[in-house]
Design a protein around this ligand. Structure first.
Ligand SMILES: [Zn+2]
Length: 282
């Protein structure tokens, strides 16, 4: 393990990410059609024949078949391998960012904390995509990502060198509980629901993955990003909808902002805090 150079690990993590992307393709196809994710196994949507494993390999399968199904020669959309490749790049980026970037691709990856950060970044980067897509479209955050993040954070905390199990547990409770309290107060003040419970669970997951400090920073940066985007968006939307009574118009869900801010805070949250302390507080 210790002899394996960085470039090799990057290819391995590209492969992991592409597999996750392949799974996303299955979800995107099956969920809206009400088909179970596990049964039946991969089959051609047109002639219903089973797809052999070798053609199911992410990206490679599509290139192998030159974009046409093996059974009935129907074209397969290029969207599928592109999605897999993008997820592959995110997977490789998880490791590449954890080693601190750099141009020496033949160096060895030795430190255990690199693996802890890689696992966290892998979850954050590959989780960000479904949070953005699903929250934007359906205005909800799936529990498999938010509650799953709490479970993943606690598990990753067992890898030495990163967030400790105690920090992980405190992170989930304090970040999730704090945001819940904030939302509860805002609801009382504004007399309408101010914060979805999905956001609370998502931030609790970020607390478990990154600890309290980075989770709080994620919340602050996400709120600032949200204001930057929502104010002009709201103005345009309200101008467009002048006269119409739609209450929903101009509303953007908060989840995507949290999901975008989280990986940045995971990498640079501590630097940001140091800068803040140095220049603002001193
Ligand atoms: Zn077919």
């Amino acid at each position: 393990m210790e002899e394996i150079p960085l470039w090799y690990w990057l290819i391995v993590f590209f492969g992991f990410g592409a597999c996750v992307g392949s799974f996303y393709n299955v979800i995107v196809y099956r969920m809206p059609r009400g088909i179970s994710l596990i049964k039946p196994p991969s089959h051609c949507p047109i002639c219903k024949k089973r797809i052999p494993l070798r053609y199911n390999l992410p990206i490679v399968g599509w290139i192998w078949l030159r974009g046409k199904s093996a059974c009935c020669k129907q074209p397969i959309s290029v969207i599928y391998p592109i999605g897999e490749a993008l997820c592959g790049l995110l997977g490789a980026l998880a490791l590449y960012s954890a080693v601190g970037f750099g141009t020496d691709f033949s160096r060895r990856v030795l430190k255990p904390e690199v693996w802890a950060t890689t696992a966290t970044m892998f979850w954050l980067l590959l989780g960000a995509y479904p949070v953005c897509a699903i929250d934007y479209k359906y205005k909800l955050i799936p529990d498999s990502i938010s509650v799953g993040g709490i479970v993943a954070g606690l598990l990753i905390s067992l890898i030495p060198g990163g967030v400790t199990p105690l920090q992980s547990l405190c992170g989930a409770v304090v970040a999730g509980g704090g945001l819940y309290l904030l939302g509860w107060m805002a609801t009382k003040l504004l007399k309408k629901e101010a914060m979805g419970f999905g956001d609370v669970k998502l931030l609790a997951g970020y607390g478990a993955l990154m600890g309290v400090t980075c989770a709080v920073e994620t919340l602050i940066v996400a709120a600032l990003l949200g204001i930057l985007v929502m104010v002009p968006y709201g103005m345009i939307a309200s101008r467009k909808n002048k006269g119409s009574q739609s209450e929903e118009s101009g509303q953007i869900p908060f989840g995507p902002f949290l999901a975008v801010a989280a990986p940045f805070m995971c990498l640079w949250g501590n630097d940001l805090l140091n800068l803040y302390v140095k220049y603002i507080l001193e």
